[in-house]
Design a protein around this ligand. Structure first.
Ligand code: G6P
Length: 369
């Protein structure tokens, strides 16, 4: 097992550090930035189904569901296709309205999650076209879906999902960009800018990982907290949910993810000097508004850990700590802002002596209801 961990203390840490390569493996052969081309057989072969779709319904569970939420922002923003994101376990029992004009995208690392599989079967029985985004080749979901795209993240052993999440977002971004091009919803220059920027993401993830030592020091200060609040807006709202889930899963500290602006409708009541608030406040995407949310937290003496763009000044002045990530396009920022949140939860769990790779009560793949 030591050999399999490749010199890392845990599979989770190894998988966090594998992300630059995993993301590259995901877009390799699919993203030809210089030519302005995205090649994905599963999309090309079924382009009509996608272009005629009234809407896209995304079904998934857990971390994959969070990737679905990020995809909702990307698909609607870039390809102008209405998207609904559903927990597979709710969708399957809700008697949902599904027609032949719907495209369902199922997202699953393992390809074996029972609820997701059942949601796929239901959608197919109603005539929808079902496209799978899976990591495990030949898995049940990969076989059950009409078409699909693998994430090529390599085996993920840690129960808490890391590289599966960022590679799912990568595949879904490629799909959204391909559809946007086909539909003409993006200008050619904007489209090409996105392709080139996506190609730069692996090296920017490497850069984001360089904050590891600093994140470890911050973790030391907050490891004994009983609660933590994660906030983000827009593309980074799902990242806040995912950050909170990571902390819960492996450190057993209660954490809640919330849209930053929604804070005033509830969570703000919890804020005092004992409440650490992790807030994603990158330059692009509602920056000024998030800064004013930070001011509200500060006024209530909450401890602020800001995830910011390199060189940020305003948040640094207000926050107790900042963790920097490189600058990128707003739509691609989840691929970078996720990294420090993974490391924060990892270090806290290690410091608390928890079983990081196999947390209590959790399974890597939930194959029963
Ligand atoms: C379990 C795992 C999570 C995962 C979820 C969905 O709860 O512990 O890490 O996100 O299942 O799994 P899937 O394989 O369908 O992505």
């Amino acid at each position: 097992e030591q050999i399999e961990k490749g010199g890392y203390d845990h599979f989770m840490l190894k998988e966090i550090y594998e992300q630059p390569l995993a993301i590259k493996d995901t877009y390799r052969g699919r993203l030809l930035a210089d030519e302005g081309i995205i090649k994905m057989a599963g999309i090309e072969d079924n382009m009509k189904r996608f272009l005629n779709a009234d809407r896209i319904i995304i079904v998934a569970c857990g971390t994959s569901w969070h990737a679905g939420l990020v995809a909702e922002y990307i698909f609607e923003d870039l390809a102008r296709i209405p998207v609904e994101v559903e927990y597979a376990s709710e969708f399957r029992y809700r008697n949902p309205v599904i027609t032949e004009k719907d495209v369902v995208i199922s997202i699953s690392q393992s390809g074996e999650t029972a609820d997701t599989l059942a949601a796929i079967k239901l959608a197919k029985s109603k005539g929808a076209f079902v496209f799978g985004v899976c990591n495990v080749v030949g898995s049940s979901i990969a076989r059950e879906t009409d078409a699909g795209a693998y994430t090529h993240a390599g085996p993920e052993i840690g129960v808490a999902s890391t590289k599966a999440f960022t590679t799912q977002i990568t595949v879904l971004t490629l799909i959204a960009l391909r559809l946007a091009r086909a539909k003409g919803t993006m200008s050619s220059s904007d489209y090409r800018r996105h392709l080139h920027e996506l190609e730069l993401i692996p090296e920017k993830v490497t850069k984001a990982l360089e904050a590891d030592k600093h994140i470890q020091a911050v973790s030391q200060l907050y490891k004994d907290s009983h609660n933590m609040l994660y906030l983000g807006r827009g593309y980074n709202f799902p990242v806040a949910l995912e950050g909170a889930l990571k902390l819960k899963e492996i450190s057993y500290i209660h954490a809640e993810g919330y849209p930053a602006a929604e804070m005033k409708h509830g969570p703000i009541a919890l804020i005092d000097e004992n409440m650490p608030v992790i807030i994603i406040a990158t330059k692009k995407g509602h920056y000024e508004k998030v800064v004013s949310n930070i001011q509200e937290i500060k006024a209530r003496k909450g401890k602020i850990i800001g995830i910011v763009t390199e060189g940020d000044v305003s948040v640094r002045e207000l926050a107790d700590h900042v963790i920097e990530v490189p600058e990128t396009l707003e739509n691609l920022s989840p691929l970078l802002t996720t990294i420090p949140l993974q490391l924060l939860s990892y270090h806290i769990a290690v410091m608390l002596g928890k079983n990081v790779d196999q947390p209590r009560n959790l399974a890597k793949s939930v194959t029963v209801e």
